[in-house]
Design a protein around this ligand. Structure first.
Ligand code: 13P
Ligand code: SF4
Length: 335
């Protein structure tokens, strides 16, 4: 075992363990061994690299991953996703060890809503119910009445009495989409996802002209002009279910490109074209999600760090808003 002080120093600098791995090791085999040895479960989001999705015990969207974190009987959860997701797993399974391959795998949307500033903002609307998209810190969840994900957000908003005002944070694009679908007028926090707001309406339109038979499918974190082009709008799992049941052969997929791995696995005979960003970078890849790698996953499981921990107060106060979301989702039969 490496010196603990050296490991902690590395985490403080890099956010991950920077340890050379014997190149002859078969990481798939080693990770599978660690899973058994440590009674660990690997939960991975659809935006992770393909090899991480393939080694995971469970791959899912934000809602499914939190449902899985709540029900697992593993001793250790290796969370291949971003920090707010691992925090949610910790809140739901506080006695379990939660590790993440890279502690710096953050989220621009979560960062756009710092809890102390939101607390002041919320004071202006004392009678409003606070609904927060799960893409926020655990601290923000302590200021939230009900969390939601993109797959249950409509149900959550519809479950709130019509005479109640609603503050929706932190995603203004998902918020605007929900206002349109539910007919509710909400106070929206001004946050957005750096990946979903970069898709180009103009380039998607050109792509559609070149592929007239293709259906456009989009995540509701996209801006309204992009959503207006879509034949179907849904969460990552919603998009996946749609391409399975729909009769088209080709899809322009307007969300983080990692989802294409499962789409191609489930529908090998269909064609999936990644949605184009409005510049030449690989901006349809989430740089936070992509900080994780198979090597970092292996090291995090072997050394059981970086660990995601939270103060007891945060765990207690954040839990109510997540539990409420899971209750409403269960009542609606959402999986
Ligand atoms: P879902 O997995 O809920 O569709 O959310 C997508 C996302 O941006 C996660 O960071
Ligand atoms: Fe956050 Fe957007 Fe990345 Fe999801 S895709 S983790 S919302 S920055």
């Amino acid at each position: 075992m490496q010196d603990i002080k050296i490991l902690e120093g590395q985490l403080a600098i890099h956010g991950y363990l920077d340890i050379a791995i014997d190149p002859s090791l078969d990481l798939f085999e080693e990770i599978n061994k660690l899973k058994k040895e440590k009674n660990a479960v690997i939960l991975a989001h659809y935006y992770q690299d393909s090899d991480i999705q393939d080694i995971a015990d469970f791959v899912g969207d934000s809602l499914q991953l939190s449902q899985e974190a709540a029900r697992t009987d593993a001793d250790m959860i290796a969370f291949a996703g971003v920090h707010f997701m691992a925090e949610t797993a910790k809140v739901l399974s506080p006695t379990k060890k939660v590790v993440i391959p890279d502690l710096k795998a953050g989220c621009s949307l979560s960062d756009s809503c710092p809890a102390p500033i939101f607390a002041k903002f919320k004071e202006k609307y004392p009678d409003h119910v606070v609904v927060s998209y799960v893409n926020c810190t655990a601290e923000l969840k302590t200021l939230t009445d009900i969390c939601c994900t993109s797959s249950n957000a409509v149900h959550i908003i519809n479950a709130i009495p019509k005479d109640k005002g609603i503050i929706f944070a932190p995603d203004k694009n998902l918020g605007a989409y929900l206002q349109k679908i539910t007919g509710r007028n909400m106070i929206l926090w001004d946050g957005a996802c750096m990946v979903h707001e970069i898709f180009s309406q103009e380039k998607i339109t050109k792509l559609k002209i070149q592929n007239p038979e293709a259906k456009i499918i989009a995540h509701p974190e996209c801006e309204e002009p992009v959503l207006a082009l879509a034949d179907y709008i849904g969460s990552t799992s919603g998009l996946l279910k749609f391409v399975q049941s729909d009769s088209a052969q080709t899809y322009i997929v307007v969300t983080e490109v990692g989802i294409l791995h499962q789409m191609m696995k489930i529908c090998p005979n269909k064609t999936f074209i990644p949605g184009p960003p409005n510049n030449l970078c690989a901006c349809n890849e989430c740089p936070h999600m992509k900080r994780n790698s198979l090597e970092k996953l292996y090291l995090s499981m072997k050394y059981e760090m970086p660990e995601v921990t939270l103060p007891e107060r945060i765990i207690r106060d954040a839990r109510a808003s997540i539990d409420r979301m899971l209750e409403i989702s269960a009542q609606a039969g959402l999986k």
